[in-house]
Design a protein around this ligand. Sequence first.
Ligand code: NI
Length: 224
Amino acid sequence: MLLSVPDVLTAAQVNECRQALESAAWVDGRATAGYQAAPVKDNMQLAEGDPIAKSLGAVIVKALEQSPRFISAALPLKVVPPVFNRYSGGQTYGGHIDGAIRSVAGTAHRVRTDLSATLFLSAPEDYDGGELVLEDSYGTHTIKLPAGHMVLYPSSSVHHVSAVTRGARLASIIWIQSMVREDHQRAMLYNLDTSIQELRAIQSPAILRLMGVYHNLLRHWAET
Ligand code: NI
């Protein structure tokens, strides 16, 4: 399931991120690319453990915890500390698939990447190119969202970032291990939950039964 999550960050939080990232210590993104991604990855990123990445990452994780749409769609179990990247001057990230397991720097934690998310931090009018392009069984999707909005997609999708030919594109990338590993099961739970939320004003025993179905499916499928 490909889903946009609008307004993860407020305009003030986006400004805070952009100002902090202006003076950040960007390093070559190839530093953390595996053998598959290294030949096609051409961007800048903040090093693991960078203090700016840590503090902005905490703001983002807190915002995600307060987003009902994110919680309902991702059913998060573990969230990798957000990483930050920057593309300018024709930089691009060619077709790749995100690694299945991320280790969390400085810890023994391993996270299975069920979902990837791109949180856009630059306004679309401030750069040309830089679309996130995803391929799935429904075709090719081209995504470029307003600053503060995020797209959530299965980490199993092949994707690329097209070249940024004017301005700079700042974004944060977040990987999530879900309590529900399978994308199609998460999609059904999300649709059921969203429908129940819309019908909740109706005082009917049928709503209670639907809520029972939701929780019993979640109980059946979730790993914690
Ligand atoms: Ni990727």
